[in-house]
Design a binder for this molecule. Sequence first.
Ligand SMILES: [Zn+2]
Length: 284
Amino acid sequence: MMRWRIGDVTVTKIVELEVTGGSRFILPQATRDAVLPIAWLRPHFADDEGRLKMSVHALAVETTHRRLIVDTCIGNDKQQRAIPGWNGLRTSFLADLAAAGYPRETIDTVLCTHLHVDHVGWNTMLIGGKWVPTFPRARYLMGQAEFEHWRGQRDNTGQVAVFADSVAPVFDAGLVDLVATDHPIDDELSLVPTLGHTPGHVSLRIASRGQEALITGDFIHHPCQMARLDWSSAADHDAAAAARTRREMFARLAGTPTLVIGTHFAGATAGRIVRDGDAYRLVV
Ligand SMILES: [Zn+2]
């Protein structure tokens, strides 16, 4: 189990899925030949053949004031997912969460950095044929702009089903707080707008006793995007805005002691950003 300490705050990684390769659908420019020259990606973030390693995990954040989960992965029993392997999952995620010290009833806050399929799944669980809130005592924080965007969607990419089974039930149960993209949660946690991947995307800033961390969400999917600033995710809603956000965030973070904890980073998962020629590198 991976755990980090930022002042009085602890962050624990709860893994749902890890994959090596098969990530071209999300980062089409990251071919094996293009990844191999970026030597620092190995061994944590790529293998010796240039295949990217990625992870779907939640981050449990325990502070002086609250027990929060950032992004709730894909979830069990979901259907109509665009990625076939994400249908009907039966993972031990909830048991793993409890074993790490976070039984679901003890979670008081859930943050969805955005409302994509792999960030909202465990918002709900299937009980007696109905989707019910997994974290019944939690307030679920979602960006107002993000929520309005997805509520209005009528496309057939699978996001309509995602909203219906993983977002609407917690909203209808009165558990959702729609917040601004720069919402200050408390004196240790605050949202940072990181728009582009989706219209209301946020990251989470942690600050405690002079130490800082940033949980990325999907403004960056993989550390290779630090080395190749033009490698955009195929899932970016606004590719130009997403690229601008990455450049701004890397420039802001580079050379600082801020611990950057990646939402899809495999292996070490967290590190510090440093400048590397015209681009950046993650030091783990
Ligand atoms: Zn994602």
